[in-house]
Design a protein around this ligand. Sequence first.
Ligand SMILES: CC(C)(COP(=O)(O)OP(=O)(O)OC[C@H]1O[C@@H](n2cnc3c(N)ncnc32)[C@H](O)[C@@H]1OP(=O)(O)O)[C@@H](O)C(=O)NCCC(=O)NCCS
Length: 252
Amino acid sequence: MAQKNNLQLTIREYRPSDHRVVMELFCDGVRENIYPAFFKSMSHPDHVGVALSISMAGYVLGGSSYFQALLFGAAWAGLIYFCCYEIYQGYMLRRLSTDMADIQANYLENQNHFFWVAEAGDRELSRVVGMVAVIGPRETEEDERRDNSNGGVGTGSSADGGGNSSEMTHLVVAFPWRRRQLGSQLTQRALDFCKERRLARLVMDVSSPQTGAISLLRKGGFVQTSSHDNTHSNRWISKLARVSVTRMEKFL
Ligand SMILES: CC(C)(COP(=O)(O)OP(=O)(O)OC[C@H]1O[C@@H](n2cnc3c(N)ncnc32)[C@H](O)[C@@H]1OP(=O)(O)O)[C@@H](O)C(=O)NCCC(=O)NCCS
């Protein structure tokens, strides 16, 4: 628990009454990655080269038209923006219709999973300002069936044969509360949960534009163990957006 500007900060279990704020935090936390992904992608030397070539083609095809050069360049930028949007919007909609559709049932009614929120304020006025969840290993066929039917919980660490590991997900801190070590405290809570269950490692998949999250995890002792470009979107969309997924792991 941290004390900040006379406000109490508490990390506690998710309650159904948190639903609306948690959904807002989740959607904002996913959508805020679209612009960083777009700018990162557009500034890559390959994409700068393509943008210049396309603009040049527009200029020539339009009979030395600067307008057409601009139009062709803008069409390329629009395509890249669409790819970045599609990756994060698609991910968000998929999770909203699977594990996030019923946090109580998917996380809290299974002893291997958990969902925490960070609440700031006092007894009269408090607000959820952060969250994190852990998806534990599947122990029984019943767990597996339920996870498969909710379309996502357990598709990380458990699916790659790591029966003694958990996946951390949905780590988000509201903007005004960032860089106050709240993300680190939420991560520590997830690590403690895994240690209590004697799990061997905690993993988290982070997309390449999420540089803040990658720094946080590195600082907390996580190491990068793999990287791939399966973003759950179409392969070409991921390639054009130049978004990759980095797997960070901490051995406990
Ligand atoms: C990533 C996130 C959870 C970090 O939360 P936070 O409360 O700001 O993190 P902390 O204050 O605990 O930061 C701990 C360390 O991580 C690093 N860090 C955190 N945010 C950073 C950023 N934006 N840029 C660079 N380093 C950053 C710093 O080293 C920081 O230590 P310092 O402040 O002493 O320099 C928050 O930025 C966020 O919600 N982002 C959007 C959602 C997201 O990307 N979630 C992660 C994947 S689901």
